[in-house]
Write a protein that binds this ligand. Structure first.
Ligand SMILES: Cc1cc2nc3c(=O)[nH]c(=O)nc-3n(C[C@H](O)[C@H](O)[C@H](O)COP(=O)(O)O)c2cc1C
Length: 304
């Protein structure tokens, strides 16, 4: 038997495989495929206080080894979440983590307080890295002073486990990791999508309505891995690795680089059971290597 359990702050995870926000709905959409409570946790779709329509279509485009999206945080808002989604997701026997978003600091604070009051939200992932919204999102996450302000305000309002999700669209990601740690984050998750674009040469128009969008999938993995490694060396809080994790080998690279947990994103669009297959693959790898505990491989390349 391999021990796959990890902890982030005071929160225990039965295993280190989570699903990435915006790629797994609210988990309910995947119930026909597998028991989602097998995962270490589910990060819910990004929520804002008010409902959002998202960006105009087209908002997805396939690229070599990846995809571009400009969904723009479409969601039905916090009231709807409380009434219709929370009663279902609160029944899961795993960590259900909210992903909060806003245009102003007050939005983030109000959401953190409301999720906290619900009682069964295990942690909050603060998304200051969405590249597809005009206000908030990446505007916070690519400016050190704004990042600090929003993390500080949410930390003051929320005493539960706080994960700050970083944007890769910066030159020195480790500076942002340090800011998150200094402001009391319990963990850092990275990466959100990389800003990109593509053009349809037949119509001679951009593929996305907003011209630029967020790149995800296998194409971003080497960048994500490099950033996880850099952040793991810069801070002591746990790192959650995200970006192009398609199989167990990808996930294991992230653990070796210093991630304590991983999130599976775009892979779930290709194969809805990817996350649980990745979990099984990690267990098999550790068994084959005769390693009894996942924690033994976290950051292993840094001690070589
Ligand atoms: C369609 C789509 C929607 C997303 N929505 C969110 C979101 O609401 N909040 C968030 O923090 N990240 C969001 N993301 C980013 C993912 O959670 C993840 O950070 C990114 O896709 C990189 O991981 P991947 O390459 O495994 O997909 C979204 C990504 C995609 C592709």
């Amino acid at each position: 038997m391999v021990n796959l359990g990890i902890s982030i702050g005071n929160l225990k995870f039965k295993n280190p495989v989570l699903t990435a926000s915006g790629t797994f709905g609210n988990g309910t959409e995947f119930e026909d495929f597998f028991d989602v409570s097998r995962l270490g946790g589910i990060i819910l779709k990004g929520t804002t206080i008010e409902p959002r329509e998202g960006n105009p279509y087209p908002r997805m485009a396939e690229t070599p080894s990846g995809m571009l999206n400009t969904v723009g945080l479409q969601n039905k808002g916090m009231d709807y979440f409380e009434r219709n989604i929370y009663p279902k997701v609160s029944l899961y026997k795993t960590n259900v983590i909210a992903n909060i978003n806003g245009s102003y600091i007050e939005d983030y604070v109000a959401l953190a307080e409301r999720f906290d009051k619900l009682g069964k939200i295990a942690a909050i992932e603060l998304n200051i890295s969405c590249p597809n919204v005009k206000m908030g999102g990446m505007v916070f996450g690519t400016d050190p002073a704004s990042s600090r302000k929003v993390i500080r305000a949410v930390r003051e309002a929320y005493s539960g486990t706080l994960i700050v999700k970083l944007s890769p669209n910066v030159t020195r990601i480790e500076d942002f990791a340090r800011i998150a740690e200094e402001e009391g984050a319990d963990a850092i998750s990275l990466i959100n999508t990389l800003l990109g674009m593509s053009i349809d040469i037949e119509s001679m128009k951009p593929s996305l309505s907003t011209i630029t969008g967020g790149l995800s999938g296998p194409a971003v993995k080497p960048v994500a891995l490099r950033m996880v490694w850099q952040c793991a060396r810069a801070v002591k809080v746990p790192i959650i690795g995200i970006g192009g994790i398609m199989n167990a080998s990808d996930a294991i690279e992230f653990f070796l680089a210093g991630a304590s947990a991983v999130q599976v994103g775009t892979a779930s669009f290709i194969d809805p059971v990817s996350s649980v297959r990745i979990l099984e693959g990690i267990e098999k790898y550790l068994e084959e290597k005769k390693i009894g505990d996942i924690k033994e491989i976290i950051g292993l390349i840094n001690s070589i």
